[in-house]
Write a protein that binds this ligand. Structure first.
Ligand SMILES: Cc1ncc(COP(=O)(O)O)c(C=O)c1O
Length: 375
């Protein structure tokens, strides 16, 4: 797939800069969803089995992009469901930042509450919110058996170097990686993590219900599949009058048959990502992020997120003197972004058009001037 063909799958009104929250669905995925709906409504004998084949296709594409085995990949309603599979079966001390997205922190806390002394979160609070390999290395001791972290932090935009992270934690501790803000736009070696969770509703543009998880062999040795369901057993198909063991692969972390429409959407989004290549998407996105940072610099709005390409993905954090005024200026200009507390998160994608960037620049410039009032 050429860059031009990929960019043509972005079909949305100008002004959208909130891809870190939700990715407007691509034309490829929309077409697939319509086909799938028609198939499921047709009543043809083959329609339901055909639709259920999308699960396998999505898992194979995920495996290719994660450099993993498709048997170790399961589909879930959300990435939080994948994290539940990891944390509820884990034992030991797990290093985690209090500033993580709550899908990580709260899920780990709930899992620990249900496990007595078997599972203990070891909370860290980095001063600037960035969980770097050095911050992690400094907090490790021999009781820490696992580390969980976001590949790209949703709030600071900081992207951790996976190779440096693996070096810092060593080969024996488990690494549970939340790849929600990186998967599909960051070309890194996801095989360095033992568990990877993500979803397709932001950067892959495949809509909700498209979560996934991958557990490697080491993770499977140490994470009991306590939430394993009917699709996670040694038996392929229906069983009665028996209670089979969990599957010997990552399928053990499956619960029930995934929604075939969600699987079809995910597979369609992933196919585009695979066909153009994550490295190419990352390059295109980096240029748009550069442009956003240049606009902020021209407008004199401080940028709090990393500027170096290796330390960022698609999130730019603005720290204006008057966040409420900037949020209002963005809304007035028809720009969609996330204003939270003292900062405004601006998240372009590879397909963000020039008109959107012009709208952003206009809003940033406007927010620099006091509102006109008649006294
Ligand atoms: C870093 C991170 N992890 C997890 C989630 C939640 O994902 P899900 O809705 O698939 O549970 C988000 C959502 O914004 C996120 O930014």
């Amino acid at each position: 797939m050429s860059a031009t063909d990929y960019l043509a799958t972005f079909d949305l009104v100008p002004g959208y800069l909130n891809w870190a929250a939700f990715g407007p669905i691509s034309t490829t995925v929309r077409d697939e969803a319509i086909r799938g709906l028609e198939m499921l409504g047709s009543g043809y004998p083959t329609s339901v089995p055909t639709m259920f084949e999308y699960e396998g296709r999505a898992r194979e594409l995920l495996a290719e992009l994660l450099r993993a085995d498709a048997a170790d990949v399961t589909l879930h309603n959300s990435s939080t469901h994948g994290l539940m599979q990891a944390f509820y079966g884990l034992t030991g001390d797990v290093l985690v930042s209090t500033a993580e997205f709550p899908a990580v922190s709260l899920t780990l806390h709930r899992a620990a509450q249900s496990r007595g002394t078997a599972l203990t979160p070891r909370w860290i609070t980095p001063a600037d919110g960035r969980v770097t390999p050095d911050v992690i290395a400094a907090a490790l001791d021999e009781d820490v058996t696992a580390v969980t972290v976001s590949h790209v932090d949703f709030r600071t935009g900081y992207r951790i170097d996976l190779a440096a992270l693996r070096d810092a934690i060593g080969p024996d501790r488990l690494l549970v990686l939340d790849a929600v803000q990186s998967f599909g736009v960051v070309d890194d070696d996801y095989a360095l993590a033992d568990v990877v969770v993500g979803h397709g509703y932001k950067w892959v543009r495949a809509g909700r219900g498209t979560g996934f998880a991958r557990f490697n062999a080491r993770a499977r040795e140490r994470i009991a599949p306590v939430l394993s369901g009917t699709t996670g057993t040694t038996v392929d198909g229906l069983f009665v009058d028996s209670l089979p063991d969990p599957a010997a692969s990552g399928q053990a972390y499956g619960v029930s048959k995934p929604d075939p429409l969600a699987a079809a959407r995910l597979a369609a989004g992933l196919r585009d990502v695979r066909d153009i290549g994550v490295a190419e998407i990352e390059k295109l996105l980096a240029k748009r992020v550069d442009a956003v940072i240049e606009i902020a610099d021209r407008a004199g709005v401080p940028v709090a997120s990393p500027r170096e390409r290796a330390q960022r993905a698609g999130i730019v954090v603005l720290a204006p003197a008057d966040p409420a005024r900037l949020a209002q200026a963005l809304a007035d200009a028809g720009v969609t972004a996330t204003a939270r507390g003292e900062t405004v998160r601006v998240a372009p994608h590879a397909g963000t058009d020039d008109e959107t960037l012009r709208m952003l620049e206009g809003a940033l410039m406007a927010s620099d001037h006091a509102p006109f009032t008649i006294s």
